[in-house]
Design a binder for this molecule. Structure first.
Ligand SMILES: [Zn+2]
Length: 374
């Protein structure tokens, strides 16, 4: 019998937003036992206790015996990877991180049947500290914006709008997931799971232009920040702005007089928020801070800071990498959703929700199909 893995129990409990004592109450398993299993000082939980925990947490019992390498935190510890860290509760952060680990575990398993060939390399850059001499290292850049320019050069995209950002990021082997964070004010996070390329989770309930900026920001962390440091959020934003609105491409558009109607048109062209375009015009020096303030005040007055006008909405991008991995299993290898979720040690309805699959137990295909015989 394999040992119960306390990290899997921790992941499941965090994903369900339960405290140890809430889980103890719900399952009837003493909190002292739960605590010891989670911190690894006890692994000999009785089958009855493990079953009770599985029922309370709505995970198949097999989940807790998986010996997966887990990373508990995203690249930036203490929640700094969250752009609005102050507004996000610890419980929400933990649930999002647990969810990212849950996806990582499934991706690792899905990749066992597939050889992934990435179209583009996933380069790593380092913003050089001008106080420290760097002897011409290939990956050293003067700024985060330069890293974005080099990424664009590698992708051979020119300096126009980058409409399919998800596809380019996925073509580097990075898994992108549109996730449901519920009411939590989280835009996105990046996880670097052991032995896998990074996984980026984005809040699927945000407007498309905001999701795109979050993706560009998180991809900035991926290529610039193997470990956290103070300047990382500023750099990720600078990277995102240059990746989505490269100075050489957007300059001609932003040098003209900016009105809200004109910004709406630019939004439809660049697929970036009107507010992001104002910030960009300001940071590139095409408008001064007072002009930017006036534009933001006009936006506020119309309620556009809360919700930009619908007529300028841009379409949501779609992920492909993870759905291709699922297709290999569901179509080529003939798994049913039930079988595949069993293999992932996840309940079929939760698995379907995680991947936007159409599954309801009442219409699930039977495992045994009737085969006509001659
Ligand atoms: Zn960040």
């Amino acid at each position: 019998m394999k040992q119960l893995n306390g990290e899997m129990l921790l992941l499941a409990r965090k994903k369900r937003r339960m405290t140890q004592s809430e889980l103890a109450d719900a399952s009837g398993v003493a909190q002292a036992k739960i605590s010891r299993v989670e911190n690894g000082t006890k692994s000999d939980l009785s089958f009855e206790d493990a079953s009770a925990l599985a029922v309370s947490l709505e995970f198949p019992i097999g989940f807790f015996y998986e010996q997966e390498p887990l990373y508990r935190r995203p690249i930036s510890v203490h929640g700094a990877a969250f752009r609005k860290k102050s507004a996000v509760s610890v419980k929400d952060q933990d649930a999002a991180i647990a969810s990212a680990n849950h996806y990582a575990l499934q991706v690792r398993r899905l990749l066992q049947a597939v050889d992934l060939d990435s179209q583009y390399l996933l380069p790593q850059f380092e913003v050089a500290d001008p106080r420290v001499a760097v002897d011409g290292e290939a990956n050293s850049v003067d700024s985060a914006a330069e890293a974005a320019r080099r990424i664009r050069a590698g992708w051979q995209t020119g300096d126009g709008p980058l409409i399919n950002l998800v596809r380019y990021v996925e073509a580097c082997g990075v898994v992108v997931v549109f996730s449901d964070f519920g009411a939590a004010a989280i835009d996105g996070l990046t996880l670097r799971p052991a032995g896998l390329k990074p996984i980026i989770l984005l809040n699927r309930n945000r407007p498309a232009d905001r999701i795109r900026f979050s993706l560009a920001h998180e991809f900035g962390h991926v290529v610039l920040h193997p470990y956290p440091y103070e300047e990382m959020e500023k750099e990720a934003n600078e990277f995102a702005a240059e990746l989505l609105m490269p100075k050489s491409g957007v300059a001609a558009d932003l040098k003209r007089p900016l009105s809200l109607a004109y910004l709406g048109k630019l939004k439809l062209k660049w697929h970036t928020a009107m507010s992001a375009l104002i910030f960009r015009a300001k940071s590139l020096g095409f408008i001064n801070p007072d002009q930017a303030t006036i534009l933001f005040k006009q936006m506020s007055k119309c309620g556009y800071r809360m919700r930009e006008p619908e007529e300028f909405d841009v379409p949501h991008e779609k992920t492909k990498l993870i759905s291709d991995l699922l297709d290999v299993h569901l179509k080529d290898l003939g798994y049913t959703i039930q079988e595949l979720s069993d293999a992932m040690r996840t309940n079929a309805d939760e698995f379907s929700l995680m991947h936007n699959l159409d599954f309801s137990p009442s219409v699930a295909r039977p495992k045994l199909r009737v085969v006509a015989s001659n």
